[in-house]
Write a protein that binds this ligand. Structure first.
Ligand SMILES: Cc1cc2nc3c(=O)[nH]c(=O)nc-3n(C[C@H](O)[C@H](O)[C@H](O)COP(=O)(O)OP(=O)(O)OC[C@H]3O[C@@H](n4cnc5c(N)ncnc54)[C@H](O)[C@@H]3O)c2cc1C
Length: 407
């Protein structure tokens, strides 16, 4: 039976390989392919666009492979966990770009599948699969970060609609998002049991976003204000005052998915490229061709091994979660470790480059050097976003190890 399964998977792998080769836009094979950097996030601004990244996204989405395991009824690929892994692997192996990067795919979609009613699933899931809507996450507030259940954004029942007033903060890409999944307070007499989970179209009158600048110079997130924002009754997911269960579940998906983006360079922190090779260019090599600085060499090797082991562990946990009831509190271990390794990698990169790794701007620094310095600063956020490292350690101690709550 096992061999039969392996044969089937191999046939599927060959089919996927053939399809990818035939459908990958030629323009994207160019090293300096002309594509809008935002295109990979999809969303309303790209409706009807002929950007090659969008063409690629549409083709993959038509197969349902942007969300390979989601049911075909909602636009997904309807694949088994093993088949989905084949698709992911073949995309990586062939050096193809990711077709779609999306909070909808990573966080919202999985909880809609679990908690939404049929109308909500039919309305939102296919649009997530096709990358038509870019979502942002309205969780944190100025007075509610780690203590998320302390949130105060008010949502009142006005008979035929909900009325929302309040402020969110650190809302990643809110100024570019089309819709927001948002936690609101529907009962001020209770804490966790007074929270509901709603979906807000960012075009609704009364929604305003103000970008905040990060220490790295980027402005990837915003303050988000809701002033007398009216949303349809149908936009509440799950039960009234039942949002906390959905919120926690979504955080598990977030922690599972966010970790994959750390350390590879670019947005999540650190410059791209092989750390060992880059260090050799700046520090030089000894007579055997190894990195000349033995101490740095040891630390870089350990970091690379940690990443390798981490990637395998993450893949195993992701596969397990696909075949069981989804991710567990163990995702907090993954999130914690990913942040630590990514921050270490960024520091090693800057150290290897020496003074050249401290450039902010100007002709004296190559783009990769500026990226290293800015990425190092950006990586500071890795241990904050998606729940701080301290909070994730608390989750591990309580929910994984079963240690008593000191409170
Ligand atoms: C890059 C980035 C992107 C983000 N994107 C989003 C987004 O899209 N949407 C969104 O809603 N939020 C987003 N956030 C916000 C993020 O979720 C919060 O910053 C985070 O949850 C921490 O909350 P806080 O900033 O209020 O810090 P606080 O909760 O005030 O924490 C301050 C310090 O106290 C520690 N601390 C707090 N409570 C405990 C405790 N019980 N035990 C031990 N230590 C504790 C923390 O670990 C931290 O070191 C983003 C943050 C970053 C950095």
């Amino acid at each position: 039976m096992a061999d039969f399964g392996a044969d089937q998977l191999e046939a599927f792998r060959a089919e996927v390989d053939g399809w990818l080769q035939a459908n990958y836009p030629a323009e994207l094979r160019e090293p300096n392919a002309k594509t809008d950097p935002e295109a990979i996030w999809g969303g309303r601004p790209f409706a009807g666009s002929d950007d090659p990244q969008i063409v690629w996204m549409r083709r993959v989405a038509e197969k349902g492979w942007t969300a390979p395991t989601w049911p075909t009824a909602y636009g997904g690929g309807g694949l088994s966990a093993a088949e989905a892994r084949v698709v992911e692997r073949e995309i990586g192996r062939g050096g193809y770009r990711s077709p779609l990067t999306s909070f909808g795919l990573w966080m919202l979609g999985p909880v809609l599948l679990e908690f939404a009613n049929e109308e909500q699933k039919k309305e939102h899931l296919p649009r997530i699969v096709r990358g038509e809507i870019r979502w942002c996450q309205g969780y944190s507030e100025p007075g509610a970060g780690s203590d998320l259940a302390g949130l105060q954004t008010r949502c009142e029942d006005k008979g035929d609609h909900w009325l929302i007033n309040g402020q969110k903060i650190w809302t990643s890409y809110a100024n570019r998002a089309d819709w927001c999944f948002c936690l609101v307070r529907t009962d001020f007499t209770k804490k966790h049991e007074g929270i509901s989970f709603v979906l807000i179209d960012m075009k609704t009158p009364g929604v305003e976003t103000r970008p905040i600048k990060l220490i790295s110079g980027e402005s990837p997130f915003c303050e988000t204000f809701f002033t007398d924002v009216k949303i349809p009754k149908a936009n509440m997911v799950g039960q009234l005052n039942g949002g906390w269960t959905i919120a926690k579940r979504l955080l598990q998906y977030e922690r599972q998915n966010i970790s994959g983006g750390f350390g590879g360079g670019g947005g999540a922190g650190g410059a791209a490229g092989d750390l060992g090779q880059i260090a050799k260019r700046y520090v030089g090599v000894d007579e055997t061709g190894a990195l000349a600085d033995a101490d740095l060499r040891g630390r870089i090797t350990r970091n690379k091994m940690d990443f390798q082991a981490f990637a395998l562990t993450t893949a195993r946990i992701a596969a397990e979660s696909r075949t069981s009831n989804g991710p567990s509190a163990a995702t907090s271990i993954i999130k914690y470790a990913a942040a630590a390794f990514a921050q270490e990698r960024s520091e090693l990169m800057v150290e290897a480059m020496g003074a050249q790794g401290l450039g902010w701007e100007g002709e004296g620094f190559a783009p990769g050097e500026i990226m290293a310095a800015r990425g190092w600063l950006r990586s500071k956020g890795n241990s904050i976003e998606g729940g701080t490292s301290e909070v994730n350690i608390n989750v591990v101690s309580k929910r994984v190890l079963g240690l008593p709550d000191p409170k």
